[in-house]
Design a protein around this ligand. Sequence first.
Ligand code: NAP
Length: 316
Amino acid sequence: MSLLVSMDEWSEVMVLGSGCAGLTAAIYLARAGLAPLVLAGAQPGGQLTTTAEVENFPGFPDGIGGYELMERLRRQAERFGARFVGDAAEELSLSGEKKIVRGARSFGCRALIIATGSSHRPIGVPGEREYFGGKGVSVCATCDGAFYRNGTVAVVGGGDVAVEEALFLSRFCQRVYLVHRRGTLRATKILADRLAATPKILPLWHRIVEGIEGNGQRVTAIALRHLESGERSVLPCSGVFLAIGRIPNTDFAEKVLACDADGYLIGLENNPVATAVPGIFIAGDCVDRTYRQAIVAAGTGAQAAIAAERWLASQV
Ligand code: NAP
């Protein structure tokens, strides 16, 4: 018995996400004449749109703004016939061989590439939600840094993102604290060296944030605990930038696809961009817990597109 499925739009192949992986997949699919439909997702252009400068994407010896890089990838995909829709996947289901994606509207396709990336990991302390978005808690220095001109801010985390955020904020702020739970940075040496050479940035080692305090309107301080001595302190500041890593955007697919304990999609052993569901392929940061680089996301996006193209050709 065949099930009747209602959908607003049908496409031979769809791409979910418009970050580096999704846009690269779209370029390859479009160039193969498949006119992919791309659901741009909750953050069109993905993570790089909030990165001021990308210095390690091959081909740009002087660096390139993150937003500009993503604009270029999108134009390149459109040039070959990719179509973009401003919607985000909320649920994935199967109807026979058809893949059904529901967002604000519903879409159907034969082949699907999932490149939905990852989101900021919350620190889960009192005050974080209350003061999020325009009230002092931020996850994007490029977007919000200028609001803290001459102010005092704290960045939480010790990875590349935390250090990049701190360096960017040091252009505007009079003091930037870097709150990290260990005594050494996870960030790459080139960034760690830049941090050490920036007197405005003061690392606070072995400390975690226990709470974000405010006056009901805005952040005024953060409560810290030293993990070795147990000492508690209050650090006055007007902004807190959270950069403690990412969580994959895969909730919508968990009923259909295999995920690991942290929600990363799992590919096949002999082909990591393919899944156990014929015609569904995966790429980028929703799969990759190890490298999480723009160029790696672009590479797996290309692989997923080639695999999808070959799979579609094999179905005829
Ligand atoms: P990350 O490398 O996973 O670093 C997360 C940081 O947050 C770590 O220092 C970690 O501490 C800390 N942390 C995690 N959970 C915490 C918690 N509950 N409380 C306090 N601290 C916590 O993540 P990321 O900085 O977002 O970087 C993501 C990826 O993007 C990385 O692979 C990075 O290399 C890449 N990236 C690269 C560039 C570049 O090449 N220019 C730029 C940006 C990002 P521990 O160190 O103790 O684990």
